[in-house]
Design a protein around this ligand. Structure first.
Ligand code: EPU
Length: 419
C-alpha cells in the first residue's frame, strides 16, 4: 500500500505546466471507435483512467502505438467486438461512453454498469433516454447495459437535467446516425466542446457545442487520418490555483485556457487572493489573510463541483463563516470528515457545508475518499502545520498526472512511500 507523506507550511513558488484534460480524454478515447481509420492524440494525460481505456480499446480490436507517455496513434479499422470487458469497465465511471461509441459504430453495445468515485446516486437515465430517442433498444441486465438498434435516426432530444456524460454519450451515438440530431439543454463544459472538436477534426459535422443547442448532422463515415491535441485540464489548473492561495504561495500556471477558469478567478479575487490571467497562463498569489465566501456549484460556466473540495480547504482557513452549497453530487462532502481530523471547523449536512475558518490546519493521517477529495487533502497537507499522511492514492492517480512531482517542483515537501 502506498501513502503520501507531506510536511506542511510550505508556500508554493514557481511554475507548473497543466496536462491534458482527464474528462476530455476519457470521452475522446472511446470516440476513436467511431473512426474507420488511424488518428493521433496528443496531450493525453498520463493517468490510470487513460491506461484503463487503452486496455479496453485494445480488447475491442484497436491497435495502439504509444509515441510518448502523452501521445498515441490508434488504428480502429478492425474493431472485432461490441462487448466491453466487464471487469475493466466496472472500475471507472467514464466507461459509459463505450455505450454511445459502440452503438454508433456497431449498432450494438454491451458494457458493464460503470463504477467510479462514490459521489452518491449517479443515474444514467438521460443517456438511455437519448439512445432510445435515436431508435435504440436499451436493457439493463445482470450488471450489464445492452443497447442495440437496426438504424439510428436523428431526432430532437431535450435533456431534463444538464448532464456532461449524457450530452457527450448522445453526441457519440448520433455522429453516424441518419439525419440531424438536436440536443437541447446540453452541458457546456470545455470537455464537451473538446469532444465535438475532436469528432469534427475526424470528419463529423457537429455545431453549437458549448452553447444551449447542439446540432449533429449525421455523416456516413469518420475517416480519421488526423492529429488532435486534448484541451488543457480546467480542473487541474483550478486545483493548483487554489493550492497557491491555500499555501500562501505565488505560482504561475502554464498551458491552461484562462477563459475556462473565470468562475474560479472571480472567487479567488472575492476571497482576497490575486490573479493575473494572460491567455494561456496565469499567476496566482497570496498577499493577505483570505476572507469568507459562499460557493454554489453549478454546471459550466458556474463554479465546478470538481473544485468544491479544494475550495473547501481554502475556506477552512479563511477568516469568518463560509457556506458551500453542492448542487451536483449529494455525497461530495465526505472529505469534510477528513478535514475535521486536521482541525477544520466544518459541518456538513445534505447539500450544505458550513466552514468556520481557523488560522491553520494541523497534519493528520487522512483518507482520499475520492479523486478531488484526494487533491483537496494534498492542498490541506501542504498548508497545514506538521505532517499529513494520505491513504487510498488510487483515487488520486486516476485523474492527476504526476501530482506529487508537480507539487514537489513548486517546493512542497511531499513523498510517496510504500508501506
Ligand atoms: N444525472 C441524472 N441523470 C443522468 C445523468 C446525470 O440525473 O442520466 C444527474 C447526476 O446525478 C448529477 C447531474 O445530473 O446530479 C450531473 O451529472 P453529469 O452527468 O453531468 O455527471 P457525469 O457525466 O457522471 C462528469 C464528470 C464528473 C463531474 C460531473 C459534473 C466525467 C467522467 N465525469 O460526470 O467528474 O463531477 O461531470 O461536472 O466526465 C471528477 O472528475 O472528479 C468527476 C467526478
Amino acid at each position: 500500500m502506498e501513502k503520501l507523506v507531506i510536511t506542511g507550511k510550505t508556500p508554493l513558488k514557481g511554475e507548473v505546466v497543466i496536462s491534458g484534460a482527464k474528462n476530455a480524454a476519457v470521452a475522446i478515447l472511446p470516440a476513436t471507435l467511431l473512426i474507420n481509420g488511424i488518428c493521433t492524440i496528443e496531450n493525453l494525460p498520463n493517468i490510470s483512467d487513460v491506461k484503463l481505456y487503452c486496455e479496453i480499446l485494445e480488447k475491442l480490436g484497436a491497435k495502439i502505438k504509444w509515441n510518448s507517455p502523452n501521445e498515441i496513434t490508434i488504428d480502429t479499422r478492425n474493431i472485432t467486438s461490441h462487448i466491453a470487458p466487464l471487469e475493466t469497465t466496472r472500475k471507472f465511471r467514464a466507461s459509459y461512453y463505450l455505450i454511445g461509441a459502440l452503438l454508433g459504430r456497431c449498432r450494438k453495445a454491451q458494457v458493464g454498469i460503470p463504477g467510479g468515485c462514490n459521489l452518491g446516486n449517479r443515474p444514467i437515465d438521460q443517456h438511455i433516454k437519448g439512445f432510445e430517442a435515436l431508435g435504440a433498444n436499451v436493457e439493463v441486465l445482470q450488471g450489464n447495459i445492452k443497447a442495440k438498434a437496426k438504424r439510428l435516426i436523428g431526432t430532437s432530444i431535450y435533456m431534463d437535467v444538464v448532464s456532461v456524460g449524457a450530452t457527450m454519450n448522445i453526441m457519440l451515438a448520433a455522429v453516424l446516425a441518419e439525419g440531424t440530431t438536436i440536443i437541447d439543454n446540453p452541458a457546456k463544459e470545455p470537455h464537451v466542446v473538446d469532444l465535438a472538436n475532436f469528432l469534427n477534426t475526424m470528419g463529423a459535422d457537429i455545431r453549437g457545442a458549448g452553447t444551449d443547442i447542439i446540432k449533429i448532422n449525421g455523416v456516413k463515415e469518420l475517416k480519421g487520418n488526423a492529429t488532435y491535441s486534448i484541451v488543457p485540464d480546467q480542473i487541474e489548473a483550478g486545483t493548483f490555483m487554489l493550492a497557491a492561495i491555500a499555501s500562501k504561495g505565488d505560482i504561475t500556471i502554464k498551458n491552461c485556457i484562462t477563459k475556462h477558469l473565470e468562475s474560479i478567478i472571480a472567487k479567488i479575487e472575492e476571497l482576497g487572493g490575486n490573479v493575473d490571467a494572460n491567455g494561456d497562463h496565469l499567476r496566482v498569489w497570496y498577499s493577505k489573510r483570505l476572507t469568507k465566501a459562499n460557493i454554489k456549484t453549478l454546471p459550466y460556466p458556474g463554479f465546478p463541483t470538481d473544485l468544491q473540495p479544494q475550495m473547501g480547504v481554502v475556506l477552512s482557513q479563511a477568516s469568518g463563516t463560509s457556506i458551500i452549497n453542492e448542487s451536483i453530487w449529494e455525497s461530495r462532502f465526505q472529505y469534510t470528515d477528513e478535514l475535521r481530523k486536521m482541525g477544520a471547523h466544518v459541518t456538513a449536512q445534505g447539500k450544505t457545508a458550513v466552514f468556520e475558518g481557523v488560522e491553520t490546519l494541523t497534519g493528520a493521517p487522512v483518507n482520499a475518499t475520492d479523486l478531488r477529495a484526494g487533491a483537496a487533502l494534498i492542498i490541506a497537507g501542504i498548508s497545514a502545520k506538521g505532517t499529513t499522511e494520505i491513504y487510498n492514492l488510487n483515487h488520486i492517480d486516476r485523474g492527476y498526472e504526476e501530482i506529487e512531482q508537480k507539487f514537489r517542483d513548486l517546493g512542497a515537501k511531499i513523498q510517496r512511500v510504500s508501506e
